[in-house]
Design a protein around this ligand. Structure first.
Ligand code: UD1
Ligand code: UDP
Length: 360
């Protein structure tokens, strides 16, 4: 069997990050296989991204589904261990900071299979976020660390990671955005949802915002404060749906909740929006490139470059309505800076490093 690379994906944010890396490795004729852990499984959270982003059908679907952190991570680990014993990959590539990422990192390290982490070095320094734990563990165990920004490189250096292992390559999430820009039709998306000329798009799924009853009620109040000013479309992640509905989120006439959207539809709506309200990681980056003001409902971000070089701003549930009123009054900027190397070529840079590494 020739040496091959195995990609581990499983949750929605993994798919737009993996697509450009797989495409670039294909161009270099590097043999590769794709695993879907099944962490996300609804059509709108998974399959639609494979279709829209031209991802190959997964070679293996582990079908783990939802569960507590320990159960989900453990299920991925036991199934991946069997798979790696059978398949013996030369390199495991993991993406971002989800449970599928850390599970694959742990299995690879214990089996002494080299590990590459795409989106290494991001830090919120907030260990109440499961993602921060996943990032720390994955980076500590990785042999190739692909960073999206200079601050991520600095964090890895501060943690004692050897400089030779770290590669500043840019942002593959932005490769996907730029590669699909021609299909991302703001006017068409606005018309499809019968939105007026001015509207806000929102996404909300972080445990700190949607898991507790009191948090869901405060969030509802804040979002209604936005909807009092402007029409809001909220493609809602399944995680908080029931709790937010109970909290009355759906009961405002100018706030429309819809199911999660496909990538092309979602980015079309974001592209034409007056502003975005979110707690997503990827959306902070995409709005930075599209020049759409992004109000992030979190106390911190592991992506500070989207604030220093982008359109992002941290808000609380208390400050959101007032900050939104200022943003709506100012309108969108006509020019804005873009972080270094967020140029659509991160996948190619990653593939070049991986191909070199396989040759040595
Ligand atoms: C996960 C990631 C988070 C990421 C988010 C992106 C971890 C620890 N968290 O959070 O970093 O920002 O994905 O979307 O990996 N569910 C469905 N259908 C699905 C998937 C999930 O209904 O296809 C529901 C289930 O009730 C499930 C809940 O959503 O229990 C949470 O799913 P899970 O994958 O555990 O975490 P996310 O909140 O999606
Ligand atoms: N996204 C989408 N449809 C939606 C919401 C999000 O296509 O309804 C895309 C968007 O490109 C985003 C990516 O999914 O960047 C991952 O988003 P998510 O918020 O799920 O994950 P995070 O980046 O917070 O880990």
């Amino acid at each position: 069997m020739p040496e091959f690379v195995i990609h581990i994906t499983g949750a929605r944010p993994n798919f737009p990050k993996a697509a450009p890396v797989i495409r670039a490795l294909n161009r270099r004729e590097v043999p590769q296989e794709l695993v879907h852990t099944g962490q996300h499984y609804d059509e709108q959270m998974s399959e639609i991204f494979f279709r829209q982003l031209g991802l190959p059908e997964p070679d293996v679907d582990l079908g783990v589904g939802s569960g507590t952190h320990a159960r989900q991570t453990a299920a991925i680990m036991t199934r991946l261990e069997d798979l790696f014993v059978d398949r013996k990959p030369a390199l495991v590539v993991v993406y971002g900071d989800v449970n599928s990422t850390v599970a694959a990192a742990l299995v690879s390290a214990k089996m002494q299979i080299p590990l590459a982490h795409v989106e290494a070095g991001l830090r919120s320094f907030d260990l109440t976020m499961p993602e921060e734990i996943n990032r720390l563990v994955t980076d500590r165990l990785s042999d190739l660390l692909f960073a999206t920004s200079a601050d991520a490189v600095a964090h890895l250096g501060n943690e004692g990671v050897h400089a030779q292992k770290i590669h500043l390559v840019g942002n593959p999430m932005i490769d996907t955005l730029l590669a699909n820009l021609d299909r991302i039709d703001a006017e068409g998306a606005r018309a499809a949802y019968a939105l007026s000329d001015h509207y806000v798009v929102a996404t909300l799924h972080r445990p700190a915002n949607v898991d507790g009853t009191a948090d869901a009620q405060e969030l509802t109040k804040a979002m209604h404060g936005v909807a009092d000013q402007v029409e809001v479309l909220l493609p809602l992640h399944p995680r908080g749906r029931a709790r937010l509905e109970d909290a009355g989120l759906f009961d405002h006439p100018r706030l429309r909740v819809v199911d999660p959207l496909g990538y092309v539809e979602f980015m079309g709506l974001v592209r034409g929006a007056d502003a975005v309200v979110t707690d997503s990681g990827g959306v902070q980056e995409e709005t930075t490139i599209l020049g759409v003001p992004c109000l992030t409902l979190r106390p911190n971000t592991e992506r500070p470059v989207t604030i220093t070089h982008g359109t992002n701003r941290l808000v609380t549930r208390e400050t959101l309505p007032d900050v939104m009123s200022g943003v709506l009054a100012r309108g969108r900027a006509t020019t804005w800076p873009i972080p270094a190397l967020w140029d659509g070529h991160a996948g190619e840079r990653i593939a070049a490093v991986v191909a070199d590494w396989l040759d040595t």
